[in-house]
Ligand binder design. Structure first.
Ligand SMILES: *[C@@H]1O[C@H](CO)[C@@H](O)[C@H](O)[C@H]1NC(C)=O
Ligand SMILES: *[C@@H]1O[C@H](CO)[C@@H](O)[C@H](O)[C@H]1NC(C)=O
Ligand SMILES: *[C@@H]1O[C@H](CO)[C@@H](O)[C@H](O)[C@H]1NC(C)=O
Ligand SMILES: *[C@@H]1O[C@H](CO)[C@@H](O)[C@H](O)[C@H]1NC(C)=O
Ligand SMILES: *[C@@H]1O[C@H](CO)[C@@H](O)[C@H](O)[C@H]1NC(C)=O
Length: 240
């Protein structure tokens, strides 16, 4: 408790000592347009998000976010897990994820709307995240007093600090990684992946003369469309 406070205090002191000159200088040095916000830079300034930054880069979500923020019509809220949040995960958790799951995990921490702290009180649950919505991607936010609690069905935590906020982007620190049910609970059985073979055949069916290719459902549809297209062509020619 105490060391953490001291750390925060010294950080604030560092910030106070070093930042005003930098802030005062930059408008003079760069009268050019300030450019869009850079999420990576915001997190780097926060000082304790190196794992999350690494994940953002690895999944190219940083590029996506910066692109979205370049359009002032887009607003974004990020629940950024601190490095200690990642280090308290069961070891090997991140390494066990596929690239797609890593992207989903990152996107699950990003809400495509601007949530100021007062909006937390009126937000309607569950929130939609960049990873999507629905029962397996549930993210609920509730407030009690000054605390903003977050639950995913697997993770309970609360917002532990505000890293950045303007009217377009809000970045809050969380000290637990928000685990979506979708990645960390067994998937419900999915129907057998049938479309593999017909897909290959439909390529061959590009030449409509080969009658052997009519066997697959997909290629049959393709053939039908070719016939339909042909009929339209004929109709178009006659209507001229
Ligand atoms: C954002 O900031 C990071 C680190 O400060 C930098 O590597 C990256 O090139 C910047 N991206 C853009 C789009 O400016
Ligand atoms: C932001 O958008 C403008 C206009 O669409 C574009 O010219 C500019 O290159 C973009 N900047 C970045 C950093 O993506
Ligand atoms: C929010 O979390 C705090 C502890 O972090 C807990 O005491 C409180 O009951 C929680 N509130 C709700 C509504 O879940
Ligand atoms: C989230 O909120 C919705 C609506 O209030 C509720 O149905 C759902 O059970 C909640 N999920 C979790 C994980 O708390
Ligand atoms: C999260 O909190 C809810 C009620 O506040 C509780 O029922 C649930 O067991 C908690 N889940 C975890 C993983 O701590």
């Amino acid at each position: 408790m105490v060391p953490k406070f001291l750390f925060s205090a010294s950080f604030v002191l560092f910030f106070l000592l070093h930042c005003p000159p930098a802030l005062a200088q930059s408008p003079a040095a760069a009268p050019a347009p300030p450019g869009p916000i850079n999420v990576t830079k915001v997190l780097e300034k926060g000082g304790q998000f190196s794992v999350f930054i690494r994940l953002l880069k690895a999944t190219q979500e940083d590029v996506t976010l910066n692109g979205q923020l370049n359009n002032t019509n887009n607003a974004i809220t990020i629940f950024a897990p601190s490095d200690s949040a990642f280090s308290s995960l069961k070891s090997g958790t991140l390494n066990s994820l596929s690239d797609q799951e890593k992207a989903e995990l990152v996107q699950f921490h990003i809400i495509p709307q601007f949530l100021s702290s007062s909006l937390f009180q009126t937000v309607s649950n569950p929130l939609t995240t960049q990873a999507g919505s629905g029962g397996r991607l549930e993210l609920n936010v509730t407030t009690t007093g000054n605390s903003v609690n977050i639950t995913t069905g697997l993770t309970n935590t609360s917002v532990s600090g505000t890293i950045y906020t303007d009217n377009q982007l809000a970045v809050y620190q969380v000290d637990k990684v928000l685990l979506p049910l979708d990645i960390f609970t067994p998937k419900p059985p999915t129907p057998a992946p049938a479309p593999e073979k017909p897909k290959k055949r439909s390529k061959a069916a590009a030449s409509p003369e080969s009658p052997a290719d009519t066997s697959g459902a997909v290629s049959f549809t393709v053939l039908n469309n070719v016939v339909f297209f042909g009929v339209c062509m004929v109709a178009a020619i006659y209507s001229l």
